[in-house]
Design a protein around this ligand. Structure first.
Ligand SMILES: *[C@@H]1O[C@H](CO)[C@@H](O)[C@H](O)[C@H]1NC(C)=O
Ligand SMILES: *[C@@H]1O[C@H](CO)[C@@H](O)[C@H](O)[C@H]1NC(C)=O
Ligand SMILES: *[C@@H]1O[C@H](CO)[C@@H](O)[C@H](O)[C@H]1NC(C)=O
Ligand SMILES: *[C@@H]1O[C@H](CO)[C@@H](O)[C@H](O)[C@H]1NC(C)=O
Ligand SMILES: *[C@@H]1O[C@H](CO)[C@@H](O)[C@H](O)[C@H]1NC(C)=O
Ligand SMILES: *[C@@H]1O[C@H](CO)[C@@H](O)[C@H](O)[C@H]1NC(C)=O
Length: 927
């Protein structure tokens, strides 16, 4: 009898427009749950339409075009949210989707919803649980609520399934039925039910907790309707779920953003996420590394071992597993995993699941408190160790400089050993600073400069303290263009027990990790500056650097790769005296000489002192050679211009200060300080040049006038009629100064006693110049032929000076008082290398004048000779009248007297003896 009712009314409900239906009085009474047998109910729709609490739901079902679906279902449980639930949903959500749909208003949720309200329809489908189909002749199988463990059912909601547009071919199956698809491997989302204390619940978690309580309204022929006073929440995606779980806090707060993103975007996912307690099993260094913010790769490694896709039926729900059953799958890192149920426990690879089956729109989430992969795979590489030891800024610098391969043993660095000089974040003063802007070979290219600086902290090989020697130059990984692509060096110092790299102290003990030895140093190192910058930074090289600039050699130096700069200290210039004065005098010819001299100090190869053995010639930029070699067994290194008359200089060793004179590393090579000026052979320093350098113009003029320009120019004297053989005959003491014929000067080097211009201030030069003889004698008085020049002494005088040293001058050729005498004045100079000073020096004088003070000297670059600058003119001695005529007069007088005496005596004797011998003088007779 009941059946006869059913079919027509079911048909009617399909055919009729249901809104009409709902507004009518209920045609039939419902069999309510209290058991009171009323008139038989028909369908779910019938039940809902008659329920006074579900009027809003009915309205929404119409709007979302779900009525036809409900009517074609054979057996379904519908968890129908009542009016209160819908009102709560409207109030509780900021999106007014429900509201708008309900009242067909557009309250600004953005654009017009599609005409079937797809999103809302999806949500409502989550409230429908398909039950087994049945034949109408049999009892309808109802929804079963287990009481001990919750039971999961598929709903009719397929999450992530895109809206299906109209298509020309008819859809498969009923147009109203939701077709499988979406992000749960095309399966529908699940919903759990349980009966607790007699209350039916749904949307509970895997333990049966939480959830929404249900009350049965009525059973119809095509299903049963349960009223809930809450809209069932749709499971969100895995990203949202993971972020909301406190036990995953460590993971989600340290996981890189891109990986967190992937939780939301991957589909068919099965996650076994490690909880915070899994991470607390790691060492502090390992955790420090993971928390560093740069451990993306290891996070990916961790994550990939803990997630799978398309596991089992597509999504790895474990709730349905029976005891002993298992599901196997592959993790994202391609390792296998197997999920088994043993009793009440579910294990994955033997690790028990903490929480299981947390539903999500794109998969399912389980948690584990032990990692599913061997922790050894997190093995701390040098990079991770550095980061874990608070050298993150340093590591970041290496990353930015694209040098990461040195600290993770990959690429070109694989299999190589390195020493890394790292800094802790506290010590790294200016980690993000831009390097110096004044980098000439990389204007504006900060990346390259950064890369260089970073590479300067990496050394080849593992350098333990025992391998190091003081002053050693170790090779870094910085390859400089300025060194022709060779490795830049770094100086090691071992002061006492400490260890210093460059100028940075080592802090603590080195740490060895795989192929790298890590030293922590006190501050960042700067790669060496250019040679020019280095030399300019040292005040005691200022004369040399000024000369570099004034001859524009700075550009040459900056342009030329792989050079050794032998930088003479200022004293070296000073010690050359008048030679330096000439070179620095600034005239055009002097600048030419200066350029050659400066270039003569730049060797065309890189010569670290450790590479210097016995003396070898090295080409200079000037074109000549400089010999560099070790002297004796000590640490002394000599430098000299081969075959010049200069003595060897030394490379300066200044060990007590950081700023040592040797092995100053530069971008283009190395700078050594030397204590001597190397005058190349191509620079011919003559007397005239030195005289010009001394600005002794008067003497130069007088010499030219007297015909002695040849001496200034350093050439042979002009041959005159009476050519003298060489070596010239020694002069005799008995010259005749009346001889006005000038003797031929010998062809030897000369030393010029050069009076300054002010020495002539008291002279009447025009009178002097009007007398050729006086002029010639004056010049001759100042020229000392230097046949045997003293052995070369650096900075020494051109002739050997000692107390009462007497030197013949050109004047001595014709005049016995032509010599000059030297005497020490004040203290005898302690070192003959230095130029004379006020306190210790020499005076020189002729027989005639007061002593002249020796001011300065310089040596020619030829075979010998030089210039001695004096402060007084050497006046030739003029004989006095007595000296000139005295001796003959005295001699004549003495001779005359003697003759007179003789004859007087003879006469006297004769007279006496004549009387006595027979000759008698007659008395009285006058004779
Ligand atoms: C419902 O049941 C009828 C007969 O009992 C059957 O023919 C029909 O296919 C079923 N409908 C669905 C949607 O399963
Ligand atoms: C998800 O699962 C479905 C059904 O197994 C499959 O067709 C689809 O390709 C899977 N998607 C991915 C990304 O694996
Ligand atoms: C790293 O720095 C942090 C904070 O400055 C400090 O708490 C931690 O102890 C440091 N770790 C090491 C290994 O120095
Ligand atoms: C980084 O270095 C590698 C080789 O080590 C090179 O192939 C790559 O081009 C470099 N990248 C940049 C941005 O310099
Ligand atoms: C690196 O150092 C290890 C010892 O620490 C040594 O056995 C190995 O030979 C070294 N490798 C190279 C390439 O020098
Ligand atoms: C440095 O390199 C990074 C990437 O390697 C680039 O984004 C940046 O613009 C570069 N900076 C300069 C100053 O070249």
């Amino acid at each position: 009898m009941r059946l006869s009712f059913v079919l027509p009314l079911s048909l009617l409900s399909i055919v009729c427009a249901t809104p009409v239906f709902t507004h009518q009085e209920p045609l039939l009474d419902v069999a309510f749950n209290d058991g009171s047998m009323q008139q038989a109910p028909i369908t779910i729709i019938d039940i809902l339409s008659q329920s006074p609490d579900h009027q809003l739901l009915m309205r929404i079902l119409q709007r979302t075009k779900l009525i036809p679906l409900l009517n074609i279902l054979n057996n379904t449980a519908f968890f129908a949210p009542n009016d209160e639930a819908i009102q709560k949903q409207i109030n509780g959500s900021s999106l007014s989707l429900w509201d708008e749909t309900l009242w067909e208003t557009n309250q600004g949720s953005g654009g017009r919803p599609d005409n079937i309200q797809y999103e809302l329809r999806q949500h409502l489908l989550y409230h429908l649980i398909p039950l087994p189909e049945y034949n109408i002749s049999q009892p309808r199988p109802p929804l079963k609520f287990p009481s001990s463990r919750p039971k999961a059912y598929f709903t009719m909601h397929y999450p992530g399934k895109p809206i299906q547009g109209p298509s020309p071919s008819p859809p498969p199956g009923s147009p109203w039925m939701p077709a499988p698809g979406g992000t749960l491997a095309k399966m529908a989302q699940k919903l759990r039910v349980i009966q607790k204390d007699g209350v039916s619940m749904t949307s509970v978690d895997w333990k049966g907790e939480g959830g929404v309580s249900l009350s049965l309204i009525a059973e119809g022929t095509n299903g049963e309707v349960w009223s809930s006073n809450q809209v069932l929440p749709l499971p969100p995606n895995l990203g949202v779920i993971a972020a909301s779980r406190p036990s995953l806090q460590y993971l989600t707060s340290n996981l890189p953003d891109s990986l967190i993103q992937s939780f939301s975007t991957t589909v068919n996912s099965t996650l076994f996420l490690p909880t915070s307690s899994a991470f607390s099993a790691l060492t502090e260094l390992e955790r420090g590394w993971l928390q560093s913010g740069v451990a993306d790769e290891d996070w990916a490694l961790i994550l990939d071992a803990h997630r799978g896709q398309n596991v089992g039926p597509g999504v790895g729900w474990v709730g349905g597993l029976k005891d002993g059953e298992s599901i196997s799958g592959k993790a994202a890192d391609n390792s296998d995993f197997i999920i088994t149920r043993e009793g009440d426990q579910v294990n994955v690879n033997g690790v028990p699941l903490d929480e299981r089956d947390i539903y999500a729109s794109n998969g399912v989430l389980h948690t584990v408190s032990t990692f599913l992969f061997p922790v050894e795979r997190l093995a701390l590489t040098p990079e991770k160790t550095l980061v874990a030891l608070n050298a993150t800024a340093f590591v970041r610098m290496l990353h930015r400089a694209n040098l990461t391969h040195y600290i993770n043993g990959s690429g070109a660095s694989a299999g190589q050993n390195y020493t890394i000089l790292a800094m802790r974040d506290d010590d790294i003063a200016r980690p993000e600073d831009d390097p110096d802007e004044d980098d000439p070979d990389a204007p504006g290219n900060q990346n390259r400069t950064l890369a260089k600086r970073a590479a300067y902290h990496i050394l080849s090989g593992k350098l333990r303290r025992d391998d190091l020697k003081d002053g050693m130059l170790v090779r870094t990984e910085l390859r400089e263009e300025g060194l022709s692509g060779n490795r830049q060096r770094l100086k090691v110092s071992l002061p006492g027990v400490g260890l210093t790299w460059g100028d940075a102290r080592v802090i603590g003990e080195p740490i060895e990790t795989s192929n790298v030895l890590i030293y922590f140093i006190s501050h960042l190192l700067e790669p060496p500056p250019s040679s020019l910058q280095l030399a300019t930074s040292r005040p005691h090289l200022s004369t040399f650097t000024t000369s570099l600039y004034s001859t524009k050699s700075d550009e040459t130096l900056a342009r030329t790769a792989s050079t050794t700069l032998l930088a003479p200290v200022n004293d070296a210039w000073e010690n050359t005296g008048l030679v330096g004065d000439w070179l620095l005098s600034g005239t055009k010819p002097a600048r030419d000489d200066l350029l050659k001299t400066v270039h003569g100090h730049i060797l065309a190869d890189v010569l670290y002192t450790t590479d210097i053995k016995s003396e070898k010639p090295h080409q200079t930029l000037e074109g000549g050679l400089v010999g560099v070699g070790r002297l004796g067994k000590g640490n002394s290194i000599g430098v000299r211009v081969p075959d010049s008359n200069e003595e060897e200089g030394r490379m300066i060793l200044r060990e007590d200060s950081q700023n040592v004179g040797r092995d100053g590393l530069s971008r283009t090579g190395v700078v050594h300080e030397i204590d001597t000026l190397l005058v190349p052979k191509s620079v011919d320093v003559t007397l005239g040049k030195m005289a010009k350098g001394a600005r002794a113009e008067v003497m130069i003029r007088l010499m030219a006038k007297a015909g002695f320009s040849w001496a200034l120019d350093g050439v042979s004297p002009p041959l005159e009629n009476t050519s003298l053989p060489f070596p010239f005959p020694s002069w005799t003491d008995d010259d005749d100064d009346d001889d006005e014929e000038p003797a031929q000067p010998p062809d030897v080097p000369y030393t010029l006693l050069l009076p300054t211009d002010s020495a002539f201030s008291s002279y009447n030069l025009s009178v002097l110049q009007s007398s050729p003889r006086a002029l010639r004698r004056l010049v001759q008085q100042h020229l000392i032929p230097t046949i045997n020049p003293p052995p070369s002494v650096l900075g020494g005088p051109p002739i050997a000076l000692s107390d009462n040293a007497q030197y013949r001058t050109l004047l001595s050729n014709s005049f016995k008082y032509g010599s000059v005498w030297f005497e020490s004045s004040g203290k005898t100079p302690s070192s003959r290398r230095t130029q004379p000073t006020k306190e210790s020096g020499w005076v020189v004088r002729t027989r005639a004048n007061k002593p002249a003070r020796v001011l300065r000297w310089g040596r020619t670059s030829a075979a010998g000779g030089g210039v001695i600058l004096i402060d007084r003119v050497m006046d030739p001695y003029e004989l006095t009248w007595w000296e000139r005529f005295g001796p003959p007069v005295v001699l004549g007088s003495v001779a005359g007297v003697l003759i007179l005496l003789f004859w007087g005596g003879i006469t006297f004797w004769w007279r006496r003896s004549g009387k006595s011998i027979g000759y008698e003088v007659l008395e009285g007779e006058e004779d």
